[in-house]
Design a protein around this ligand. Structure first.
Ligand SMILES: CC(C)(COP(=O)(O)OP(=O)(O)OC[C@H]1O[C@@H](n2cnc3c(N)ncnc32)[C@H](O)[C@@H]1OP(=O)(O)O)[C@@H](O)C(=O)NCCC(=O)NCCS
Length: 175
């Protein structure tokens, strides 16, 4: 597996989980298993997955992929359910946020999110957005994101809200 580590272990010491930048092939199996169970692996291929700018990140527990997330340079489409526009020309989209059931509630998702935001900051992005499943809205809120749409259906996975995180200008993370 092509991987670059951040050298950080779980600060709570519950698991030796580290976050790595990886290729799309490394994140797709968990994407399918968690977000599109029972569907073909093709259901987990996103446009932009192969772009050099795209950041794919995996939380590794030993050799095992415990969580995944991806950020792609992509503006949010204007849609009637938005309570404010998201398109800025510098927007990035978070997709494929998934943590294995056995590793949830231990900060793995939050660390993946932080790493994705760092990637966007380093690329000069100013806004990150996602179509958040209604059941995961609390996770994003806990990490500083805010909802900017009414609830809407996104088949096959049910009710969603558009959420966004605004980033400070000129900040970089040194990654
Ligand atoms: C949503 C998901 C990625 C969260 O990952 P996780 O590793 O369990 O989250 P963390 O342990 O890092 O939690 C970070 C914070 O979010 C909160 N949180 C996590 N999941 C939450 C949820 N579903 N609702 C409300 N709050 C939640 C935690 O309590 C924690 O808050 P704290 O910092 O105040 O303690 C994970 O539950 C998952 O993969 N779910 C299934 C797939 C999914 O819904 N993905 C999102 C698609 S939009």
């Amino acid at each position: 597996m092509r991987a670059r580590g951040d050298g950080m272990s779980d600060p709570r010491g519950l698991h030796d989980v580290t976050i790595h930048r990886v290729g799309a092939d490394a994140v797709r199996p968990l994407r399918v298993a968690v977000l599109r169970p029972g569907m073909s692996p093709h259901a987990s291929a996103y446009p932009g997955d192969g772009s050099l700018a795209t950041g794919h990140f995996a939380a590794l527990h030993g050799e095992r992929v415990a969580g995944v997330a991806t950020v792609l340079h992509e503006d949010a489409p204007d849609r009637p359910m938005l309570t404010e526009p998201v398109s800025t020309g510098t927007a990035w989209r978070l997709r494929g946020m998934a943590v294995e059931p056995g590793h949830r509630g231990q900060g793995v998702g939050a660390r993946l999110l932080t790493r994705c935001v760092s990637h966007v900051l380093d690329a000069g992005g100013r806004v990150v957005w996602c179509n958040a499943r209604e059941v995961a809205v609390g996770f994003y809120r806990a990490n500083g994101w805010r909802a900017v749409s009414d609830v809407f259906e996104l088949p096959p996975s049910g009710p969603h809200r558009v959420m966004r995180l605004d980033l400070p200008a000129h900040a970089t993370t040194g990654h």
